[in-house]
Write a protein that binds this ligand. Structure first.
Ligand SMILES: [Zn+2]
Length: 430
């Protein structure tokens, strides 16, 4: 079934409550080529001119020039950002200053350009659309952006692009690192779902199966096509693009990143918080490729055999401040306090684990993709499978796995592993 079309037409219902699902995006077009139709696509959205077209030097060459010349007759403010732009408040300010007189914004790019554009549009109360240039992440259809403010990466509300336009011949010609990154950001469905479902069964937090049912039928094809993704195969790129678009819709529908961001994303957040920020730092999806594999191995290890025996959490403020520094350590303590276990809570959870173990492991077994399958698929598309492929040292990455759970109040298998004293990074990062 064409889930994107059904969703945009308002014909999909939530299986859990029967309600019609709605998303703020009006139109998604994914075609082999969009040449000659750029202006019509924008006209169809009725966006006000002049258009502030935001690109960087690479995305301008890939597609920006084409979009700008197609719209030239209606007024274009060309905003071309130099180098590898960063999604931070300074760059956003630059975009907003240049686009102040625009009627609406059009992003031509992927992660950073998309975030800067959606953020700028939201700040100025303008509408926007995006022409994608790489299938590199699942944020095209999400309403949140990641912007660094005062040195801290923040997830902030933004406007959704009204149109998301994907020319597969452009996406298939994107730099291979970006394509591999997109595959990484998509393959984490398995570990994210397992974490989210486990937290629901064990701790009673909310869970929805809907976001996963949106692309369940596409994921196998995506994994099978992994080997042809970086060889210009627009068929395989189309499948990956649809998965990423639907993954973004899943987050929008759930009002949070839960279905696509759990333990594997916590490890990545740690890498971004504590690692270097050079221009050659690993891309988000490259990190997720590696951290998904770690989480898949860890989940499999914990689910094999008898239920884990939880103990009171051993996290202390002194431990956090010595690892993260005073200010950040204190922030972490406040953030994760709600998920830390007392001895009584650990005992209660142990009783529950005994009770639900057969059905929990059965359900999770049906959701999870085996770690060796994930590793093979990453290998086929040439994505990194270990910390060395991200340019990280063994010790830094081992610390990332060991301390990732301490930065956010999201209960994942990293917590189960830590509280059962089985969080042994060495076992999962080799
Ligand atoms: Zn992600």
């Amino acid at each position: 079934m064409d889930m994107i079309g059904e969703l945009l037409a308002g014909r999909l219902r939530d299986p859990q409550n029967g309600e019609c699902l709605t998303v703020p995006v009006k139109r998604v077009v994914i075609e082999k080529s969009l040449a000659q139709s750029e202006a019509d696509l924008i006209t169809g959205l009725d966006l006000p001119a002049p258009f502030a077209v935001v690109s960087d030097y690479n995305t301008y060459e890939a597609l920006g020039r084409r979009v700008e010349s197609a719209l030239a007759g209606r007024g274009v403010i060309s905003i071309r950002l130099p180098g590898r732009p960063h999604p931070d408040e300074q760059t956003a300010a630059r975009v907003m200053a240049a686009g102040a007189k625009a009627g609406s914004y059009i992003a031509v790019g992927s992660g950073t350009i998309n975030d800067l554009t959606k953020f700028s549009a939201a700040q100025q109360g303008k509408r926007c659309a995006v022409f994608a240039t790489a299938p590199s992440m699942n944020g095209y259809t999400s309403v949140n952006v990641a912007i660094t403010m005062g040195g801290h990466k923040k997830s902030l509300p933004a406007v959704a692009p009204e149109g998301v336009f994907c020319d597969l011949s452009v996406l298939a010609a994107a730099p291979v690192r970006l394509i591999r990154a997109g595959f990484g950001d998509a393959i984490c469905r398995s570990t994210a779902q397992a974490d989210w479902y486990m937290a629901h069964r064990l701790r009673g937090s909310a869970y929805r199966s809907l976001p996963f049912s949106l692309f369940a039928d596409l994921e196998d094809a995506m994994v099978e096509g992994a080997g042809t993704l970086t060889r210009g195969d627009s068929e395989a790129i189309g499948v990956l693009t649809r998965v990423l678009v639907l993954s973004g819709f899943g987050m929008t529908i759930c009002g949070g990143s839960y279905p696509a961001s759990q333990g594997e994303h916590l490890i990545s957040h740690y890498i971004e918080m504590m690692g270097s920020h050079d221009d050659d730092a690993p891309l988000h999806g490259e990190q997720i490729a590696v951290t998904t594999l770690v989480m898949a191995r860890l989940q499999e290890a914990l689910l094999a055999g008898a239920p884990p025996r939880l103990k009171a959490s051993s996290v202390t403020l002194a431990g956090l401040t010595s690892h993260f520094g005073d200010a950040l350590g204190r922030e972490c303590m406040v953030e994760i306090m709600p998920k830390l276990l007392t001895e009584t809570q650990a005992d209660e959870l142990n009783e529950k684990l005994e009770r639900v173990w057969p059905s929990l492991t059965g359900d999770l077994g049906r959701m999870m993709r085996p770690a060796r399958q994930i590793e093979a698929a990453l290998g086929r598309c040439g994505a990194p499978t270990g910390y060395a492929g991200l340019g990280l040292t063994h010790d830094f990455f081992a610390n990332a796995v060991a301390h990732a759970r301490e930065i956010r109040n999201r209960y994942t298998f990293l917590d189960v592993a830590a509280d059962s004293r089985r969080l042994e990074p060495e076992r999962y990062i080799a």
